[in-house]
Ligand binder design. Structure first.
Ligand SMILES: NC(=O)c1ccc[n+]([C@@H]2O[C@H](COP(=O)([O-])OP(=O)(O)OC[C@H]3O[C@@H](n4cnc5c(N)ncnc54)[C@H](O)[C@@H]3O)[C@@H](O)[C@H]2O)c1
Length: 254
Protein backbone atom coordinates (compact mmCIF):
# COMPACT_ATOMS: atom_id res chain seq x y z
CA UNK A 1 0.00 0.00 0.00
CA UNK A 2 1.38 3.36 -1.05
CA UNK A 3 0.39 5.31 2.07
CA UNK A 4 0.65 2.69 4.81
CA UNK A 5 0.21 4.45 8.20
CA UNK A 6 0.67 7.95 6.74
CA UNK A 7 -1.50 10.46 8.57
CA UNK A 8 -3.55 12.51 6.13
CA UNK A 9 -5.95 15.33 6.98
CA UNK A 10 -8.67 15.94 4.38
CA UNK A 11 -10.66 19.12 4.89
CA UNK A 12 -14.17 19.27 3.49
CA UNK A 13 -14.44 15.48 3.81
CA UNK A 14 -18.15 15.28 4.66
CA UNK A 15 -19.29 14.81 1.07
CA UNK A 16 -18.40 15.08 -2.62
CA UNK A 17 -14.77 15.12 -3.67
CA UNK A 18 -13.49 15.25 -0.08
CA UNK A 19 -15.38 12.08 0.80
CA UNK A 20 -13.95 10.30 -2.26
CA UNK A 21 -10.47 11.48 -1.20
CA UNK A 22 -10.94 10.02 2.29
CA UNK A 23 -11.97 6.66 0.81
CA UNK A 24 -9.16 6.61 -1.76
CA UNK A 25 -6.51 7.46 0.83
CA UNK A 26 -7.77 4.93 3.39
CA UNK A 27 -7.72 2.18 0.74
CA UNK A 28 -3.98 2.85 0.36
CA UNK A 29 -3.42 2.41 4.09
CA UNK A 30 -3.51 6.04 5.25
CA UNK A 31 -4.85 7.03 8.65
CA UNK A 32 -7.40 9.61 7.60
CA UNK A 33 -8.62 12.66 9.48
CA UNK A 34 -11.94 13.74 7.98
CA UNK A 35 -12.29 17.42 8.88
CA UNK A 36 -15.39 19.43 8.08
CA UNK A 37 -17.85 21.87 9.56
CA UNK A 38 -20.59 19.35 8.67
CA UNK A 39 -21.04 15.89 10.21
CA UNK A 40 -18.59 13.40 8.72
CA UNK A 41 -20.45 10.28 9.92
CA UNK A 42 -21.29 9.14 6.40
CA UNK A 43 -17.63 9.36 5.32
CA UNK A 44 -16.46 7.58 8.46
CA UNK A 45 -19.00 4.77 7.99
CA UNK A 46 -17.93 4.26 4.37
CA UNK A 47 -14.21 4.17 5.22
CA UNK A 48 -14.73 1.83 8.18
CA UNK A 49 -16.89 -0.49 6.04
CA UNK A 50 -13.81 -0.94 3.82
CA UNK A 51 -11.64 -1.66 6.87
CA UNK A 52 -9.93 1.76 6.85
CA UNK A 53 -8.73 3.92 9.73
CA UNK A 54 -10.43 7.28 10.16
CA UNK A 55 -11.33 9.88 12.75
CA UNK A 56 -13.64 12.86 12.33
CA UNK A 57 -12.88 16.40 13.45
CA UNK A 58 -15.22 19.34 13.39
CA UNK A 59 -13.45 22.36 11.92
CA UNK A 60 -14.18 25.74 10.41
CA UNK A 61 -11.16 26.30 8.19
CA UNK A 62 -11.68 30.05 8.17
CA UNK A 63 -10.95 30.31 11.91
CA UNK A 64 -7.40 30.11 13.20
CA UNK A 65 -8.34 28.59 16.57
CA UNK A 66 -10.39 25.89 14.91
CA UNK A 67 -7.61 24.88 12.50
CA UNK A 68 -5.08 24.85 15.37
CA UNK A 69 -7.39 22.49 17.28
CA UNK A 70 -7.68 20.30 14.17
CA UNK A 71 -3.89 19.97 14.00
CA UNK A 72 -3.41 19.35 17.73
CA UNK A 73 -6.24 16.78 17.87
CA UNK A 74 -4.63 14.95 14.94
CA UNK A 75 -1.27 14.96 16.73
CA UNK A 76 -2.91 13.67 19.91
CA UNK A 77 -4.64 10.83 18.06
CA UNK A 78 -1.97 9.79 15.56
CA UNK A 79 1.31 11.44 16.65
CA UNK A 80 2.22 13.12 13.35
CA UNK A 81 0.83 14.81 10.23
CA UNK A 82 2.26 13.63 6.91
CA UNK A 83 -0.19 15.19 4.47
CA UNK A 84 -2.95 17.78 4.41
CA UNK A 85 -5.42 18.02 1.55
CA UNK A 86 -6.91 21.50 1.55
CA UNK A 87 -10.17 20.60 -0.14
CA UNK A 88 -12.78 22.51 1.93
CA UNK A 89 -14.28 25.40 0.00
CA UNK A 90 -17.48 27.25 -0.64
CA UNK A 91 -18.61 25.59 -3.86
CA UNK A 92 -21.81 23.90 -2.73
CA UNK A 93 -24.39 26.62 -2.26
CA UNK A 94 -23.07 28.94 -4.98
CA UNK A 95 -25.29 29.87 -7.94
CA UNK A 96 -24.27 31.31 -11.29
CA UNK A 97 -24.62 35.06 -10.82
CA UNK A 98 -23.59 38.20 -12.72
CA UNK A 99 -20.97 40.35 -10.98
CA UNK A 100 -23.44 43.01 -9.85
CA UNK A 101 -25.61 40.43 -8.07
CA UNK A 102 -22.76 39.04 -5.98
CA UNK A 103 -23.05 40.72 -2.59
CA UNK A 104 -20.04 41.96 -0.68
CA UNK A 105 -20.88 39.44 2.07
CA UNK A 106 -20.89 36.56 -0.40
CA UNK A 107 -17.59 37.66 -1.97
CA UNK A 108 -15.97 37.94 1.48
CA UNK A 109 -17.34 34.58 2.62
CA UNK A 110 -15.91 32.83 -0.45
CA UNK A 111 -12.49 34.36 0.13
CA UNK A 112 -12.60 33.70 3.90
CA UNK A 113 -13.03 29.97 3.33
CA UNK A 114 -11.44 29.28 -0.07
CA UNK A 115 -8.33 31.43 0.38
CA UNK A 116 -7.87 32.37 4.04
CA UNK A 117 -9.00 28.86 5.02
CA UNK A 118 -6.17 27.25 3.07
CA UNK A 119 -3.63 29.60 4.64
CA UNK A 120 -5.01 28.93 8.15
CA UNK A 121 -4.84 25.16 7.64
CA UNK A 122 -1.28 25.40 6.33
CA UNK A 123 -0.30 27.60 9.27
CA UNK A 124 -1.75 25.04 11.67
CA UNK A 125 0.07 21.97 10.30
CA UNK A 126 3.38 23.40 9.07
CA UNK A 127 5.01 23.62 12.55
CA UNK A 128 4.49 19.86 13.01
CA UNK A 129 5.71 19.09 9.49
CA UNK A 130 8.80 21.22 10.12
CA UNK A 131 9.57 19.22 13.24
CA UNK A 132 9.25 16.01 11.25
CA UNK A 133 11.39 17.49 8.44
CA UNK A 134 8.81 16.24 5.95
CA UNK A 135 5.30 16.85 4.70
CA UNK A 136 3.07 17.18 1.67
CA UNK A 137 0.47 19.91 1.27
CA UNK A 138 -2.06 19.42 -1.52
CA UNK A 139 -4.28 22.39 -2.31
CA UNK A 140 -7.42 21.90 -4.36
CA UNK A 141 -7.67 24.68 -6.93
CA UNK A 142 -9.90 24.44 -10.01
CA UNK A 143 -9.55 24.19 -13.79
CA UNK A 144 -12.06 27.06 -13.90
CA UNK A 145 -9.08 29.39 -13.45
CA UNK A 146 -7.77 28.37 -16.89
CA UNK A 147 -11.21 28.43 -18.49
CA UNK A 148 -12.17 31.70 -16.74
CA UNK A 149 -15.77 30.63 -16.39
CA UNK A 150 -18.19 33.57 -16.14
CA UNK A 151 -20.85 34.17 -13.47
CA UNK A 152 -18.78 32.76 -10.61
CA UNK A 153 -16.20 35.55 -10.38
CA UNK A 154 -15.54 35.30 -6.65
CA UNK A 155 -15.08 31.53 -6.80
CA UNK A 156 -12.78 31.58 -9.84
CA UNK A 157 -10.70 34.40 -8.34
CA UNK A 158 -10.40 32.50 -5.05
CA UNK A 159 -9.14 29.38 -6.83
CA UNK A 160 -6.64 31.46 -8.81
CA UNK A 161 -5.32 32.72 -5.49
CA UNK A 162 -4.79 29.14 -4.33
CA UNK A 163 -2.82 28.33 -7.45
CA UNK A 164 -0.58 31.34 -6.81
CA UNK A 165 -0.30 30.65 -3.07
CA UNK A 166 0.84 27.10 -3.79
CA UNK A 167 3.82 28.47 -5.71
CA UNK A 168 4.69 31.05 -3.06
CA UNK A 169 4.40 28.68 -0.10
CA UNK A 170 6.37 25.93 -1.84
CA UNK A 171 9.38 28.25 -2.09
CA UNK A 172 8.92 29.47 1.48
CA UNK A 173 8.89 26.07 3.21
CA UNK A 174 10.67 23.76 0.78
CA UNK A 175 13.88 23.91 2.80
CA UNK A 176 12.08 22.13 5.65
CA UNK A 177 11.27 19.14 3.46
CA UNK A 178 7.67 20.22 2.94
CA UNK A 179 6.25 19.97 -0.57
CA UNK A 180 3.30 22.09 -1.70
CA UNK A 181 1.35 21.28 -4.86
CA UNK A 182 -2.12 21.82 -6.21
CA UNK A 183 -4.66 19.81 -8.16
CA UNK A 184 -7.08 21.60 -10.47
CA UNK A 185 -10.16 19.48 -11.08
CA UNK A 186 -12.38 20.04 -14.07
CA UNK A 187 -16.14 20.27 -13.71
CA UNK A 188 -16.87 17.25 -11.49
CA UNK A 189 -20.31 15.75 -11.08
CA UNK A 190 -20.80 16.20 -7.34
CA UNK A 191 -24.15 17.23 -5.90
CA UNK A 192 -22.74 20.73 -5.33
CA UNK A 193 -22.04 21.09 -9.07
CA UNK A 194 -25.56 19.95 -9.89
CA UNK A 195 -26.97 22.71 -7.66
CA UNK A 196 -25.19 25.61 -9.36
CA UNK A 197 -28.38 26.65 -11.12
CA UNK A 198 -32.11 26.12 -10.70
CA UNK A 199 -32.38 26.13 -14.50
CA UNK A 200 -31.89 22.59 -15.86
CA UNK A 201 -31.21 23.91 -19.37
CA UNK A 202 -28.33 25.99 -18.06
CA UNK A 203 -26.93 22.98 -16.18
CA UNK A 204 -27.22 20.79 -19.29
CA UNK A 205 -25.42 23.45 -21.32
CA UNK A 206 -22.52 23.58 -18.81
CA UNK A 207 -22.36 19.78 -18.67
CA UNK A 208 -22.14 19.43 -22.47
CA UNK A 209 -19.78 22.38 -22.87
CA UNK A 210 -17.31 20.83 -20.44
CA UNK A 211 -17.40 17.47 -22.20
CA UNK A 212 -16.96 19.17 -25.61
CA UNK A 213 -13.85 20.98 -24.37
CA UNK A 214 -12.18 17.78 -23.17
CA UNK A 215 -9.89 15.48 -25.11
CA UNK A 216 -11.41 12.58 -23.19
CA UNK A 217 -15.08 13.15 -23.96
CA UNK A 218 -17.00 12.09 -20.91
CA UNK A 219 -18.29 13.46 -17.61
CA UNK A 220 -15.81 13.71 -14.75
CA UNK A 221 -16.35 12.13 -11.32
CA UNK A 222 -14.63 12.52 -7.94
CA UNK A 223 -12.88 9.16 -8.42
CA UNK A 224 -11.03 10.59 -11.44
CA UNK A 225 -8.99 12.69 -9.00
CA UNK A 226 -7.71 9.87 -6.80
CA UNK A 227 -4.69 8.91 -8.92
CA UNK A 228 -3.25 12.44 -8.86
CA UNK A 229 -4.01 12.76 -5.15
CA UNK A 230 -2.20 9.53 -4.23
CA UNK A 231 0.76 10.54 -6.39
CA UNK A 232 1.16 13.92 -4.65
CA UNK A 233 0.54 12.42 -1.19
CA UNK A 234 3.13 9.66 -1.61
CA UNK A 235 6.89 9.63 -2.02
CA UNK A 236 6.35 8.89 -5.73
CA UNK A 237 6.31 12.70 -6.08
CA UNK A 238 9.21 13.30 -3.65
CA UNK A 239 11.04 15.67 -6.06
CA UNK A 240 7.94 17.58 -7.16
CA UNK A 241 6.87 20.81 -5.50
CA UNK A 242 5.27 24.12 -6.45
CA UNK A 243 3.39 22.38 -9.28
CA UNK A 244 -0.20 22.12 -10.38
CA UNK A 245 -1.78 19.02 -11.91
CA UNK A 246 -4.82 19.59 -14.09
CA UNK A 247 -7.21 16.66 -13.87
CA UNK A 248 -9.80 17.65 -16.42
CA UNK A 249 -9.75 15.16 -19.30
CA UNK A 250 -7.37 17.38 -21.24
CA UNK A 251 -9.42 20.58 -21.45
CA UNK A 252 -6.43 22.86 -20.93
CA UNK A 253 -2.76 22.48 -21.68
CA UNK A 254 -1.42 24.75 -18.98
N1 LIG B 1 -17.11 19.79 -8.14
C1 LIG B 1 -16.42 20.47 -9.05
O1 LIG B 1 -16.81 20.59 -10.24
C2 LIG B 1 -15.12 21.10 -8.69
C3 LIG B 1 -14.27 21.54 -9.73
C4 LIG B 1 -13.06 22.13 -9.38
C5 LIG B 1 -12.70 22.25 -8.06
N2 LIG B 1 -13.55 21.80 -7.08
C6 LIG B 1 -13.12 21.95 -5.69
O2 LIG B 1 -13.13 20.67 -5.08
C7 LIG B 1 -13.45 20.80 -3.69
C8 LIG B 1 -14.65 19.95 -3.34
O3 LIG B 1 -15.72 20.21 -4.21
P1 LIG B 1 -17.15 19.49 -4.05
O4 LIG B 1 -17.79 19.48 -5.38
O5 LIG B 1 -16.98 18.22 -3.30
O6 LIG B 1 -17.91 20.59 -3.15
P2 LIG B 1 -18.83 20.45 -1.84
O7 LIG B 1 -19.45 21.79 -1.64
O8 LIG B 1 -19.70 19.26 -1.97
O9 LIG B 1 -17.78 20.14 -0.68
C9 LIG B 1 -17.12 21.14 0.04
C10 LIG B 1 -16.93 20.67 1.47
O10 LIG B 1 -16.25 21.72 2.17
C11 LIG B 1 -16.90 21.90 3.41
N3 LIG B 1 -16.70 23.25 3.91
C12 LIG B 1 -17.18 24.41 3.39
N4 LIG B 1 -16.85 25.45 4.15
C13 LIG B 1 -16.11 24.95 5.18
C14 LIG B 1 -15.47 25.53 6.31
N5 LIG B 1 -15.51 26.85 6.56
N6 LIG B 1 -14.79 24.72 7.15
C15 LIG B 1 -14.76 23.37 6.95
N7 LIG B 1 -15.35 22.75 5.91
C16 LIG B 1 -16.02 23.55 5.03
C17 LIG B 1 -18.38 21.62 3.14
O11 LIG B 1 -19.08 21.34 4.33
C18 LIG B 1 -18.27 20.43 2.18
O12 LIG B 1 -18.25 19.20 2.87
C19 LIG B 1 -13.66 22.30 -3.47
O13 LIG B 1 -12.44 22.88 -3.09
C20 LIG B 1 -14.05 22.79 -4.85
O14 LIG B 1 -13.80 24.15 -5.00
C21 LIG B 1 -14.74 21.24 -7.37
Amino acid sequence: MRLQDKVVIVTGAARGIGQAFALGLAKEGAKVVAADMLEVTDTMDKVKAEGGTIIGINVDVSHAGSTRDMASETMKEFGNIDVIVNNAAIWGGLKFKPMDLISEEEWDAVFAVNVKGVWQCCKAVVPYMKEQGKGSIINISSASIFQGIPLLGHYVASKGAIWAYTRSLSREIGEFGIRVNSISPGYTMTQASKNLSDDQEQLDYIYNLNIDQRIIKRAMYSEDLIGALLFLASDDSAFITGQNINVDGGSYHY
